[in-house]
Design a protein around this ligand. Structure first.
Ligand SMILES: Nc1nc2c(c(=O)[nH]1)N[C@H]1C(S)=C(S)[C@@H](COP(=O)(O)OP(=O)(O)OC[C@H]3O[C@@H](n4cnc5c(=O)[nH]c(N)nc54)[C@H](O)[C@@H]3O)O[C@H]1N2
Ligand SMILES: Nc1nc2c(c(=O)[nH]1)N[C@H]1C(S)=C(S)[C@@H](COP(=O)(O)OP(=O)(O)OC[C@H]3O[C@@H](n4cnc5c(=O)[nH]c(N)nc54)[C@H](O)[C@@H]3O)O[C@H]1N2
Ligand code: SF4
Ligand code: SF4
Ligand code: SF4
Ligand SMILES: [Mo]
Length: 905
């Protein structure tokens, strides 16, 4: 039987006198490439079905019909075929194609930014086509250039109509901005309705530009370099947790551009931030280049010696006078695993406290705690590819991936195009709503009620997976009793949705074979965040959709390396690898490995450290790459905390608002200036590679921590980042098989316990990490601050596509600011009318914490009586007015609900 399968599933043929066996269904193009033969293509894209329109890839089939020439991208390999890829006839045909293309191409190579970086030019050289022979009747069209995008230019006269751009935009980015307009000689590739890019729905991802084989679409910054003057370095995007792979383009010691690479998570796609906002900030003029010491309220340049001596003296003094727990460290989820590992080691070994945390606290700490409690691991269960390929439906809860994880968003759009159904659970009409089958526009803060309602319907309709529940879980009876109360009618009232929509969504999810839950901060950033997360795992376990392909509970982690910062133990309760600080065996293990005695005290979360500082219990904080003045809730309380400290150190790329409060500011270095690894949302550890030298006196972040450790009496030194990874692997069982040599071949998904482990694609297969999956019966609780007469609007906060968190990086990319440069508040038409507010009007938004001014964005994206703001902009920073109340378990702030009032200014 197996032999038969083997026989029928491969075919053997001859290509250029070489014999090759390939799986049935392989195209001639793929078959030839397997032999290392290069066949030219202009319209082909490996991720999409063959187009066969440019005819550059023709090859000769011996004895074939139509003169024996076929397009290699569409023709399949057959047994006994004899193929020639470089015969005279093939060359003649290709020359004819190029000749025709040139007849319609503005041959202006000297003035073209893509000179030397152009496939058309390369092929013309290869095939000896210097000019077109179609001089008679040659068309010289006068199409206008479109320079309206802040990031790229379009010159239609260089377009060869290969349709790569429009196919990528439609079928991969899911946007459909570009199409061919007009007919005959007037045919033109153009943004919809012959408008310009800036007037279209273009998202500036640049994925069309990346595939354009000519100078028709080119990056604006390509003006500043010629391909032959540059080097490229493969690395990982420094923005969101998708973990896209990309190449930095380097000229001299300067980054001049980024191009997408074929990574597991992105497969040659990037979003606007990776593509256009990842390089300019690195060489920004206002990068910190020297240590700074504040003297009489003014920062003065200092030597590393002076700065490190002062830090040592102050921190040692605080420790001696007030005890180790008067010190704390906030680590940087933007920095590498290696930096984060050494940072928490510094806090634990020389500060002597477990007061170490990272921005996951204000982000997905609820996922880390909630999923670890119910499943045994707080990480995303299934990989991105698995939950966006061939799944029947997606349950998307409180996640706006087309803006916050755009390359995942694009893959979800691709899935929808191929027939995947999607239920969007979000208080706002996010972009994916228009493609959704059901939109449950629940009121922010009601996730638990929504999930209980879903489970009520599933149990009532007997759609649960009884066998899975019995064999693999515990706690079901209590859950069943609890959700019995949550009738669709009751839930509909709490969530302000239609009960039938809820019924339909529940049935759709339960009946689907493959259906992942994908969720994000709409679930976690609540005073009931951990409960919301556990409600997601309840739901998935009830229908047995976990530990299986195309299913699972999938928190999309936010920052590029927030998964890593947690994995590396930058959390008060966990050593690296989630090994618990409260377990004596674990402490002993780390004491032995690190050769010091370690604190047995429970550490504080960053959200507990700040109030403790305000009370004078915490006296010294070391902040590594975070900006809590901008990003923590209720800025007033953060200010009070930082002002009350005896000593604050901030290690940063820029003079941030938080750095302004520091006593010592140390210059750190960015992802492009260091070697290391980031771990993306799907647990994939990927390399970050040094592309340029740091500026001024700035040094490796981990080296600075080592110096502090050494000065505080614990000798510490690493020669390189890979040495740190080896130490991590020796202490963290799930990293046991990870090292830089293996990472050269691509990323590895932890758990990867041994050198021969391929890593773990899907978690909880067969058995939960915890043993049995735990159902938690969770009743719905209201958010802590709801609208009332004084503050009648429910405000939620979150993100937009173009800016990233504090804008430390995106704000230093001019094109991004051209598109979005001021804060805004999304408000419903009805409310705007009631308040006499028009689009773009300046408004005052106030809460119990304070007031800010911003501009109205009037529409129907939000529900009446609800408003939404982003926290990206320095004008009208919304965290001046958000509510610093917390979830009891993860101590995560309720960024997603507070009560405000609005009035015109
Ligand atoms: N462009 C961009 N991308 C980013 C970032 C960025 O700043 N800019 N930041 C990164 C980071 S750190 C993170 S953590 C991620 C966050 O990524 P997301 O969580 O996707 O982003 P948010 O906009 O904060 O919130 C997501 C959605 O939750 C909805 N929501 C609010 N309250 C509720 C609720 O109670 N229930 C439900 N079901 N939905 C609710 C909001 O309407 C919003 O559409 O993005 C990462 N990616
Ligand atoms: N209202 C509201 N507020 C929110 C949220 C919300 O939804 N609503 N979301 C919250 C969430 S999810 C998050 S994650 C936080 C994010 O909050 P933050 O972590 O404070 O925000 P970032 O802009 O990511 O700041 C990272 C800083 O690290 C620096 N940096 C980057 N790389 C390096 C490096 O390699 N070395 C050094 N030394 N520094 C580096 C950058 O210059 C930048 O200033 O914001 C939270 N705040
Ligand atoms: S930049 Fe992206 S969204 Fe805009 S046209 Fe190109 S592929 Fe489409
Ligand atoms: S703009 Fe570029 S990618 Fe698009 S059809 Fe023209 S040549 Fe092809
Ligand atoms: S999706 Fe995220 S990781 Fe990918 S390019 Fe955009 S910001 Fe970078
Ligand atoms: Mo985040």
């Amino acid at each position: 039987m197996t032999e038969l399968v083997a026989k029928t599933s491969t075919v053997t043929l001859t290509i250029n006198d070489q014999t090759v066996s390939v799986p049935k269904g392989t195209t001639l193009l793929e078959g030839a490439r397997q032999l290392g033969l290069k066949i030219p293509t202009l319209c082909h894209l490996k991720e999409l079905a063959p187009d066969g329109s440019c005819r550059m890839c023709v090859v000769e089939v011996e004895g074939g019909r139509k003169g024996g020439l076929v397009t290699a991208c569409t023709a399949q390999c057959k047994d006994g075929m004899v193929i020639y890829t470089d015969s005279e006839r093939v060359h003649d045909s290709r020359r004819f194609v190029l000749d025709l293309l040139l007849s319609n191409h503005k041959i202006d190579c000297f003035a073209c930014v893509k000179n030397g970086d152009c496939q058309l030019q390369d092929y013309c050289m290869d095939y000896g086509v210097e000019r077109t022979s179609f001089t008679e009747g040659k068309r010289m069209p006068c199409f206008q250039e479109d320079l309206s995008s802040p990031f790229f230019d379009y010159d239609p006269e260089k377009c060869i109509m290969c349709r790569r751009c429009s196919r990528v935009c439609q079928l991969r980015q899911g946007r459909d901005v570009l199409s061919l307009a007009n007919r005959g000689f007037d045919t033109k590739m153009t943004p919809s309705y012959e408008s310009s890019f800036d007037q279209s729905i273009c998202e500036s991802c640049g994925n069309c530009v990346a595939v354009c084989p000519t100078g028709a679409l080119s990056e604006k910054d390509h003006k500043y370099y010629r391909k032959w003057e540059t080097n490229r370095v493969r690395t990982t995007c420094p923005h969101c947790g998708t973990g896209c792979q990309m190449d930095l383009i380097i000229k001299g010691n300067k980054l001049v551009g980024v191009e997408p690479a074929d990574g597991a998570a992105n497969k040659n796609l990037l979003c606007v931030k990776g593509r256009f906002a990842s390089y300019k900030f690195v060489g920004a003029k206002d990068r910190l280049t020297d240590p700074l010491i504040k003297r009489n309220g003014v920062f003065e340049k200092a030597t590393w010696e002076e700065a490190l001596d002062l830090i040592t003296k102050k921190f040692t003094g605080i420790k001696e006078n007030y005890g180790a727990d008067a010190l704390a460290g906030f680590s940087c989820s933007r920095a590498t695993n290696e930096d984060n590992y050494v940072f928490q080691k510094m806090v634990r070994t020389v500060f002597g406290t477990n007061n170490v945390d990272n921005c996951a606290r204000v982000c997905h700490s609820a996922s880390v705690h909630g999923l670890a409690h119910t499943l045994g691991s707080g990480a995303m269960t299934n990989p991105i590819e698995d939950i966006t390929t061939d799944v029947d439906m997606i349950l998307l809860v409180g996640s706006n991936p087309t803006e916050a994880h755009p390359v995942i968003g694009a893959q979800i759009r691709q899935a929808i195009q191929k027939g995947t159904k999607i239920v969007v659970v979000d208080p706002r009409k996010i972009d994916l709503v228009k493609d959704s089958d059901i939109h449950l526009q629940i009121q922010a803060g009601t996730n638990v009620a929504f999930a209980n309602g879903m489970m009520h319907v599933i149990i009532k309709d007997n759609l649960m997976d009884q066998q899975f529940i019995e064999n693999k879980t515990e706690g079901y009876e209590a859950l069943k009793q609890m959700v019995a109360d949550y009738t669709p009618e009751k839930v509909a009232e709490i969530c302000h949705i239609n009960p039938d929509d809820l019924r339909q969504a529940a049935r759709m999810y339960a009946k689907a074979e493959k259906a992942p839950i994908i969720y994000c901060l709409g679930v976690t950033e609540h005073s009931t965040g951990t409960e919301g997360v556990m409600s997601m795992s309840n739901l998935a376990m009830l229908v047995g959709k976990i530990g299986k392909s195309g299913c699972g509970v999938n928190p999309l982690r936010g920052q590029n390396n927030v998964q890593g910062a947690c994995d590396m133990g930058c959390m008060p309760y966990d050593f690296p690898g989630y090994q618990k600080v409260n377990q004596p065996k674990v402490i002993e293990k780390f004491e032995q490995a690190w050769g010091v005695s370690l604190s047995r005290n429970k550490g504080m979360t960053s959200t507990q450290v700040l109030p403790a500082a305000a009370e004078g219990k915490v006296k010294g904080i070391y902040i590594f790459g975070e900006d809590p003045i901008v990003t923590d809730p209720d800025t007033g309380h953060v200010r009070a905390a930082l002002e009350n400290l005896d000593f604050l150190v901030v290690q940063e790329l820029f003079m941030t608002e938080t750095a302004a409060y520091a006593d010592v500011v140390l210059p750190g270095i960015s992802y492009a200036e260091k070697n290391g690894t980031f771990t993306n949302t799907e647990r994939r550890v990927q390399r970050v590679r040094k592309a340029v030298e740091p500026m001024g006196q700035a040094r490796e972040d981990y080296e600075v921590f080592c110096d502090v450790m050494t000065r505080m009496g614990y000798l510490s030194q690493y020669d390189s980042a890979d040495e740190i990874m080896d130490e991590i692997a020796s202490l963290v069982p799930s990293f046991g098989g990870i090292n830089y040599a293996r990472l050269e071949e691509g990323g590895l998904q932890w758990p990867c316990p041994t050198a021969d482990s391929p890593g773990t694609y899907i978690m909880h297969v067969g058995q939960f990490t915890r043993g049995k999956g735990l159902f938690m019966a969770i009743p719905y609780k209201e958010a802590k601050e709801l609208p009332d007469e004084t503050y009648p609007y429910l405000m939620s906060t979150g993100r937009m596509l173009y800016h990233y968190n504090t804008r430390a990086m995106t704000g230093r990319t001019e094109g991004i600011n051209q598109i979005a440069n001021r804060s805004y508040i999304e408000i419903n038409y009805q409310d705007a009318e009631k308040l006499g507010i028009k689009e773009g009007d300046k408004v005052k938004v106030s809460s119990r914490r304070g007031e800010i001014e911003t501009y109205a964005a009037v529409g129907d994206r939000v529900f009446p009586n609800e408003v939404f703001m982003t926290f990206h902009f320095p004008d009208g920073n919304v965290n001046e007015i958000t509510n610093a109340v917390f979830d009891d378990i993860a101590i995560i702030p309720e960024y997603k609900v507070c009560a405000v009032d609005i009035c015109p200014v």
